[in-house]
Design a protein around this ligand. Structure first.
Ligand code: TXA
Ligand code: MG
Length: 318
């Protein structure tokens, strides 16, 4: 494959060129409000297979189907009352819902990993603009090699996928910085499969329903929620009070004096800011010569649940 083409979203013909490439079965990395996604035409089996190839992603791990809006989503999934309420409240936005697959839905089975459910989300950002022009749905995992840190900028995408994909549409930084919250609406409650910036509190407030957490090892889970994920080259130590000699430091609300290599997720201890910066910090310290990274404790409530989830996976045994 030739080198990856980089297009600026502000080029007047950028959207049209991106759509043309997708219609021809190509792979394009496109920003959303969460992270950059690696998009392909959901109905084109060869294009979908090429995503797994480019990422080195296990075939059993299904992809999220990105749609324009609620009406578009109805072609793919069967929404119950809870799903409708959640879509109304949070779409377009960083919420993915796992719903029973509608028979005959125009999505290639390779994208679904053999499941009879489909993960649906209506995004914001450049991906939404592309969906307005593209006639169909787009499957898009995060635009990184499997197991590596999710990209929030075009140059992060190119760090692991340059030469493996056709195009990256550069629209600047993804504002939220963490992948979407994934839920499965169930009778009497909402199962939280992956925490994100739509928090458990937000979900309950919108529906009046309890939010259930999956337990490690549950049969029902997001199949892609492997414990080791988002992994930089070096080992990651969590809940550190201070850096040991030789450790790079990811802080929250200040960096200890005399620390050489440090990145503060949020000097003012703001969880939203910390979420937006997390993958930037992990990418910055993702280099072969960096062997050890220590991370300050991050509060666990609200948005902190999602941040700690990603950190736990970055620190897991490989
Ligand atoms: O914010 C996001 O969600 C980004 C942007 C690009 O939209 N996408 C993203 O995709 O994070 P990915 O592939 O990195 O993560 C999708 C997760 C995986 O863990 C996958 O296993 C899970 O969604 N998933 C997909 N379909 C599923 C289904 N039918 N049931 C349960 N989990 C599913
Ligand atoms: Mg991912």
């Amino acid at each position: 494959m030739p080198p990856t083409l980089r297009l600026s979203r502000s080029d007047p013909d950028a959207l049209a060129r991106t759509c043309e490439l997708l219609r021809g079965g190509g792979l394009a990395a496109i920003g959303t409000e969460t992270v950059y996604g690696l998009a392909a035409d959901a109905a084109n089996g060869e294009a979908v297979a090429a995503i797994f190839e480019a990422k080195g992603r296990p075939r059993f791990n299904p992809l999220i189907v990105h749609v324009r809006d609620v009406a578009h989503s109805e072609r793919f999934g069967l929404a119950d009352e809870t799903a409708r309420r959640l879509a109304q409240r949070f779409w377009p936005g960083p919420l993915t819902m796992v719903l029973p697959l509608r028979p005959g839905a125009p999505v290639h089975p390779i994208a679904l990993g053999g499941l009879d459910t489909v993960a649906l989300r209506a995004p914001r950002g450049a991906m939404a603009a592309v969906l307005e022009v593209f006639d169909g749905a787009l499957v898009a995992p995060s635009a990184n090699r499997s197991g590596r840190v999710s990209p929030t900028r075009a140059d992060h995408v190119l760090r692991t996928l340059d030469g493996r994909i056709d195009l990256v549409l550069d629209g600047g930084s993804a504002p939220e910085g963490l992948e979407s919250t994934i839920v499965r609406p169930e009778a009497g409650g909402i199962l939280l499969l992956r925490p994100g910036t739509v928090t458990a509190e937000d979900l309950s407030a919108a529906t009046g329903l309890p939010v259930w957490r999956r337990r490690e090892g549950d049969a029902i889970s997001a199949p892609g929620q492997l414990l080791s994920h988002y992994a930089p080259h070096g080992r990651v130590r969590l809940d550190a009070e201070h850096p040991e000699p030789g450790e790079y430091w990811i802080g929250f609300g200040g960096v200890p004096a005399g620390t050489g290599r440090a990145f503060d997720l949020s000097p003012r201890r703001d969880l939203r800011e910390a979420a937006a910066n997390l993958f930037t910090a992990l990418s910055l310290f993702d280099a072969p010569h960096i062997e050890r990274i220590a991370v300050a404790p991050i509060p666990r409530e609200g948005l902190g649940e999602a941040i700690n989830d990603r950190l736990r996976r970055a620190a897991a045994e490989r």
